[in-house]
Design a protein around this ligand. Sequence first.
Ligand code: DMJ
Length: 633
Amino acid sequence: MVFRKLPGVSASGMGLRLSQKFVFLLFLSGLVTLCFGALFFLPDSVRLKRIFLSKTEIQPVTVGSGSENDVREHLKRPKEQGMTSAKGETGTKGKSLSRKPSVSHEATEERLAGGKAQEDLTLSRSKTESASERATSSDRGANSDTFSYQKFRGCLLKAPLGRDNGKPGDPQTNERREKVKEMMKFAWDNYKRYAWGKNELRPLTRNGHIGNMFGERQGASIIDSLDTLYIMGLMEEYNDAKEWVQTNLDLNSNGEASLFEVNIRYVGGLLSAYYLTGEELFKNKAMELGEKLLPAFNTPTGIPRGVINLGSGTIWSWGWASAGSSILAEFGTLHLEFVHLTELSNNPVYTEKVMNIRKLLNKIEKPHGLYPNFLSPVSGNWVQHHVSIGGLGDSFYEYLIKSYLMSDKTDDDAKRMYYGALEAIEANLVQKSPGGLTYMAEWRGGILDHKMGHLACFSGGMIGIGADDGAPEKRQHYLDLAAEITHTCHESYTRSATKLGPEAFRFDGGAEATATRLSDRYYILRPEVIESYMYMWRLTHDPKYREWGWEAVEALEQHCRVESGFSGIRDVYTMTVSHDNMQQSFFLSETLKYLYLLFSDDDLLPLEDWVFNTEAHPLPIIRKTANTDVKGC
Ligand code: DMJ
């Protein structure tokens, strides 16, 4: 290295000063490197990385705008042309997510909604409650951009578990409720004994079922049961489930999973467990999993594909879905959970993804105002004109009205879409049978198929909860329609030998709410009919709904209870039942939860504060405006 001589400074003096400066600079840069490096080893290093690397390494996930230009641009790519299955589309793996500027959630006075009611909780549950209090106190020191559990609890209008955990005053109803709790314990104990950690119990062969809906992810029955166990006060069981989540729920496993199923069962289950208990563990797992689902949206339109490898982020469409299409009930059943993921993470990307789906659906033409079941994620056009309120379409409609309710009735777009869709359904699909039963037919390019699936029976409850926000002159009509549909679904139960309903029933060839095909005669412990009883009970308090629920309990006990759990049956029309050897996880999450709520007081998970996702996981209504009635909100 050559130093040029400065005037008035001897060569040796200059050399000395320069070498001192050099050493000093070296020391300084060493110090800076050390400090910077140390930051990355701190426990919260992920957040620090996000701050320090935001401009250079973090790339925001592209949100498909659904604009014609974007679609055309992508269609030019040879890879996309003529594609029937998109296996090979890659995800955002390796990319981090952009964050929106912090929002301040001020620490408020420590107060849980319905203060007095909380004192009545069982001792064991109060141990868990103290976790929510711990979360509450840690909130006070939290960054202003983190979700405040304390504030959330302060904004609830009522205590989530009611005055006395929803215990009904009437002794007979209470006895029935206790029976349902016993059924849950029985189903859980057997799952724990024979299938612990597997997705579902096979009650006849006494082993576990893995299935292929959740990738290599296991424990579907555990995640699906967390909130049911909690609201029933089965605390020992709840704690076992929580511990399993803590030590065994591996979110880094690979495998091909259904975006829809992982979202409604795992993300939904974890979110509910967090909101009910305040356990950070559940929130963190839900957010981690939510991030892994994002690559599914990397399509030209932003309409997600149905299947995703959660390890690699590779996505593709179901082989059975026509022309590589995505399914309405799948991409249309993400909104509630994704909005909550944004709420908890303060990251807008989740809401952007689902709003983008809505934007596209608003833009494309709808035949007779109806939403067909198959849509191309490449072109953004309908693939065929099959419309159904049952399988393939069902929960899309459910999530429109529930998005509106969950937004504290501020999401006017969802409201407009829901009532628009309902009008089209009424005009084109709702039918009256010769015997006077109201039903929802299926629509195939203008031709009606006079069949109603068990899945479509959720619509009694859906139309019921939406009745009050319809046009004033339509409100009573919607409530009546909800009651009629629920009545028809009840009829499909009473007309079978077992008093359980078939998978699909028909209204043609002389049939009135009965299955005419052998392949439609099975019952797999589905919840939809009971779900409608629960909502209709809450809305009308007509005792017949509790009676109908009790009929279902008796039938389940008589035909589905086996020595080691509950099983579906292959033919509801024969008393010599053949069991299918499956205890579905939705039996614990939905069927038993809705029965328990049906026999509880309305203040257990009050509808003023909660909406249930399509797997019956309760999610709180998001209140953005200050609620002056609730101190601390
Ligand atoms: C559940 O997983 C959900 O209710 C879903 O929306 C439809 N099917 C099952 C229960 O039948």
